[in-house]
Design a protein around this ligand. Structure first.
Ligand SMILES: Nc1ncnc2c1ncn2[C@@H]1O[C@H](COP(=O)(O)OP(=O)(O)OP(=O)(O)O)[C@@H](O)[C@H]1O
Ligand SMILES: [Mg+2]
Length: 235
């Protein structure tokens, strides 16, 4: 479904990502692991269109999308939960969800999808009229996920959804993944520093080291890999 080929992302002279190739199949969860500054967010931003590919291409169902504007990519079914959430803090919870649906015109379905989001995250329903800026970290992350889901993606890009959250909330976020796959047959590209969690959620993983693909394989193999254990799984 998503195929990234020889992607290079540069900031001036700095090549943040170099010749990276990987793919995500229909309905599959894939994780992209790597330390601080490895280039994970640059990959996410290149796929959703916030960063330009200096070289290489990105295909969605064999259609090249690297030249498309971000909203055109949303229309094709790519939604993003960005690093740091980037909520509209002065808008309410429900207004943030509506922002996620800004390209849609199906009012009744939008309403029922908002209810679906509230059924996934019951604490958001209670806070529906609260400004997003008043939410806790966990609620903010749920809202960022809910907002992305409101675009009805086929492919969801999540950039460190567990970052800064207490263990119970991390559980809650990760428990959502099988549910999304069952209810919406979503494909998921999950960027994480929490390699343990990410590898248990994903079927396949790629490891980036300073912008270069260092290792890839089925999650079951990566969790047993001594190098991965030493670097990302605490030995
Ligand atoms: N806007 C920018 N301008 C210049 N350099 C940047 C910019 N964004 C990222 N970089 C550099 O590109 C490299 C990759 O950054 P990126 O944010 O993609 O990494 P990351 O793996 O997401 O890191 P983190 O785990 O800290 O989020 C880093 O060296 C970073 O300093
Ligand atoms: Mg990042």
């Amino acid at each position: 479904m998503l195929s990234v080929r020889d992607l290079t992302v540069s900031y001036g002279h700095v090549q943040a990502v170099q010749n990276l190739s990987f793919h995500v199949d229909e309905g599959q969860t894939v994780t992209l692991l790597g330390a601080n500054g490895a280039g994970k967010s640059s990959v996410i931003r290149a796929i959703c269109g916030l960063e330009r590919a200096a070289r290489g291409n990105i295909f969605l169902d064999d259609r090249p999308i690297a030249g498309l504007r971000p909203e055109q990519r949303v229309r094709l079914g790519i939604a993003t939960v960005p690093e740091g959430r980037e909520l509209f803090s002065s808008l309410t919870v429900e207004e943030n969800l509506l922002v996620g649906a800004y390209l849609r015109r199906d009012r009744h379905a939008i309403r029922s999808d908002i209810d679906w989001i509230y059924s996934l995250f019951t604490s958001l329903r209670v806070k529906r009229r609260a400004r997003a800026g008043t939410l806790s970290g966990g609620q903010g992350q749920m809202l960022a996920i809910g907002r992305a889901l409101m675009a009805l993606p086929r492919l969801l890009l999540m950039d460190e959804p567990s970052h800064g959250l207490a263990p119970l909330l991390v559980e809650e976020i990760f428990d959502l993944i099988p549910r999304l796959q069952a209810e919406r047959s979503l494909a998921l590209l999950l960027v994480e520093q929490n390699a343990n969690k990410a590898l248990s959620a994903a079927s396949y993983g790629y490891v980036l080291e300073t912008g270069v693909l260092a290792l890839e394989g089925p999650s079951a193999d990566l969790v047993r890999d001594p190098q991965i254990r030493a670097l990302y799984l605490g030995g």
